[in-house]
Ligand binder design. Structure first.
Ligand SMILES: *Cc1c(COP(=O)(O)O)cnc(C)c1O
Length: 351
């Protein structure tokens, strides 16, 4: 695999030799000993904290991530949420009306939305009954135009992680790109695949600050991949895709690892408590699926009915019952202690 894989065979022709937009801040780096003045970007010069364009390469955020994840800055690309990162991947590698991708429902809805927006065929191969990828069926579906397989692990909405074996097989046998979405990895007992980026040149990992890091409102998604892949994505990203306020808040949060870790461990222990309580004490809950995320998928007697009853108690959950393999399933995010108590009270009240 390593010897034959060449990322440039996968890039769209129009992207291969693209000249990226060169912003004023890209051209000049403030490295001189003289105090520079910046009259190059037509900004308003009166300082207010955000009157300047943000760093298009987000170096202070990348430095923090690089330290904390033990990975080189050259292997990182940031986007306006992982949604932008995923869109960039489509646009770099998938030729509209020609190429195709493979997704594994039930899974995160954005892969399918982005495939549609980019006019890329989405070949859906359902997960198995125990929510694992069907490797043979996936590989049989691959053809010369299959560019990407999307894996979400831990998977949303099912909550489970994919077995290492299965991921490894796909990485070894598929000659296109594997996008592994690790949005929930911080809640998982399984290790991230970050360390395998050097070994697998076809592996792209996405993570986000929206979940465990508690920053959904700032929109910051992260992509980890080989330098070659990062270079290609960099050449097509909008220059100022991550704004200044987002960069500042991300740095502050990444400096506060202890607080993040503390919240994660509280959520994990709440998840466990919630699961036990739902299993023992609510009669119409038929199954609480194991979860490596900050949510639980439960199977009930009648999802629409229970969903509406919970609304009357002021509790909003996600009804996933229209998803394949998720008949009568609700997805419930783990809240803070008080919220979880209120959820349990509501669930019991509607028995
Ligand atoms: C929530 C979530 C994301 C996060 O997307 P952002 O755009 O970074 O907020 C990504 N992937 C999955 C599977 C998710 O559930």
């Amino acid at each position: 695999m390593e010897s034959t894989f060449n990322i440039h065979n996968l890039v769209r022709d129009n992207i291969k030799n693209i000249t990226p937009y060169s912003s004023a801040r890209d051209e000049y780096k403030d490295v001189s000993l003289i105090k520079m003045i910046f009259l190059d970007a037509n900004e308003n010069p009166f300082e207010n904290g955000v009157n300047r364009y943000p760093d298009p390469q987000q170096m202070s955020v990348k430095r923090m991530l690089s330290n904390c994840k033990k990975i080189d800055e050259e292997n990182i690309l940031l986007g306006n949420g992982s949604d932008e990162v995923l869109d960039l991947i489509f646009r770099a590698f998938c030729e509209p009306n020609k190429d195709n991708v493979i997704t594994l429902p039930p899974t995160y809805g954005m892969y399918s939305v982005l495939a549609n927006i980019n006019a890329v065929e989405n070949r859906k191969i359902l997960l198995s009954e125990n929510f694992q990828p069907k490797v043979k069926k996936i590989l049989d579906t691959v053809d010369a135009y299959t560019k990407i397989i999307f894996l979400c692990s831990p998977n949303n909405p099912t909550g489970n992680s994919f077995s290492e074996d299965v991921v490894e097989k796909l990485l070894n046998k598929f000659k296109g790109l594997i996008v592994l979405d690790e949005a929930y990895i911080d809640f998982s007992s399984k290790e991230s695949w970050l360390r395998k980026i050097k070994k697998y040149p076809n592996l792209i990992i996405t993570q986000t600050l929206s979940k465990a890091y508690g920053l959904a409102g700032i929109r910051l998604g992260v992509c980890y991949a080989s330098q070659e892949i990062i270079r290609i994505l960099n050449s097509i990203k909008p220059p100022y895709n991550v704004n200044e306020l987002t960069q500042q808040r991300a740095v502050l949060r990444l400096q506060n690892r202890a607080e993040v870790e503390n919240e994660i461990s509280q959520l994990i222990s709440e998840r466990k408590r919630l699961k036990e309580e739902l299993e023992c004490c609510v009669s119409y809950i038929e199954k609480v699926y194991p979860s490596d995320g900050n949510f639980l998928l439960i199977k009930v007697d009648d999802a629409n009915k229970r969903y509406n009853q919970l609304l009357e108690y002021g509790v909003v959950v996600r009804n996933r019952s229209t998803q394949p393999l998720c008949e009568n399933c609700l997805r419930i995010s783990v809240g803070i202690l008080e919220e979880n108590l209120r959820l349990i009270r509501a669930l019991k009240a509607i028995q």
